[in-house]
Design a protein around this ligand. Structure first.
Ligand code: ZN
Length: 328
């Protein structure tokens, strides 16, 4: 009887020991193997988060609300870049100072993934108002076209799987869920654009970030106010824009959250048209941690503002949930 008791005791101790060691070894495995990923603009960081979830250690270096086109990394960013296993950029010359730093300061064995350059060929690059061909830098804003955002998610998934095959199924599952949501968003944008009177399907924006969006969803970018050096336009350029707006008869112009502009206000006033100031391309809406603080949330906000100001209906977006894919 006593012996039996001892056996049970021994078994309990052994079981506890086994459970503890599994727990501890798992802890170290996860702590050791979490890929350190550094990215740049917030919407791209959010796309990466939806693929990598809590199995990667992700840090976006460009603060929200900051101009990503003229961003220069600060000393504390260098530390993140130097420790990163993977540095993910939009590319297409958007983050040139960060890219240079990534090439010179990243650790041995680390990788750089340029999403834009792997999504389109140079032939598909668009040059336009603020990104003229003679300056050499293409319009880099691919991610406002949801089909390209889907490609970004797939590129991230493939790179994470390549570098961290143990989590293959997790990355795949997250990506599939995320792609389904993006597909829903893409369809809704097509539907909503169709509700805008045809003559109004034109965009004149302050920041020139809608080129690839317009191409996909059958809208026309008729101009951008921001010159290619990111300063304000000259009085002559302003007068020309006002003339154009009167001629094209568009109902609204669109400013950007990141670039508040007095000039844009003046243009809207003189052309006597509506002035929407809240479009975003590298800044997420809502507070950090709120469910709309996502890439999808940003697109939904943009679409609701844009479609309504041009005389369309935004009902197609009501069923779309902006929140992140969370998979433990
Ligand atoms: Zn931009």
């Amino acid at each position: 009887m006593k012996e039996g008791h001892n056996m049970i005791k021994k078994n309990i101790v052994l079981t506890i020991f086994i459970i503890l060691s599994i727990f501890l070894s798992n802890q170290t495995v996860f702590a050791e193997k979490k890929l350190k990923v550094v990215s740049t603009v917030a919407p791209i960081t959010n796309i990466i988060h939806n693929v990598g979830g809590n199995r990667i250690d992700l840090h976006g270096i460009i603060p929200e609300g900051m101009d990503s086109h003229t961003f220069e990394p600060i000393p504390s960013d260098i530390k993140y870049i130097a420790e990163a296993d993977l540095i993910i950029l939009n590319g297409m010359n958007l983050e040139t100072p960060t890219e240079k730093l990534a090439k010179s300061r990243s650790k041995k064995g680390s990788k750089i993934l340029k999403l834009g350059d792997n999504t389109v060929t140079k032939k598909e690059w668009l040059f336009d108002f603020s990104f003229p061909e003679d300056k050499g830098d293409p319009n880099p804003h691919l991610w406002l076209n949801v089909a390209y955002a889907m490609k970004y998610a797939e590129l991230v998934r493939d790179k994470l799987i390549e570098m961290n095959p143990e989590n293959r199924e997790y990355y795949k599952k997250n990506t599939n869920k995320f792609l389904k949501k993006l597909e829903q968003l893409d369809k809704a944008i097509f539907q909503a654009v169709k509700t805008i009177p045809e003559k109004n399907r034109k965009l004149l924006t302050y920041h020139d970030s809608w080129a690839y969006f317009a191409k996909r969803y059958d809208m026309k970018v008729i101009g951008a106010i921001q010159p290619s050096d990111f300063a304000e336009p000259s009085p002559r350029e302003i007068a020309a824009i006002i003339d154009q707006l009167k001629k094209e008869n568009v109902p609204a112009i669109f400013g950007s959250e990141v670039y508040p502009s007095k000039v844009e206000e003046q243009i809207a006033k003189e052309a006597k048209i509506k002035h929407v100031t809240t479009l975003r391309d590298d800044d997420l809406p809502g507070k950090l941690g709120s469910k709309e603080h996502t890439y999808i949330g940003m697109m939904l906000d943009n679409m609701r503002e844009m479609i309504a100001a041009l005389g369309g209906k935004a009902d197609a977006f009501s069923a779309i949930d902006p929140s992140n894919i969370i998979e433990d």
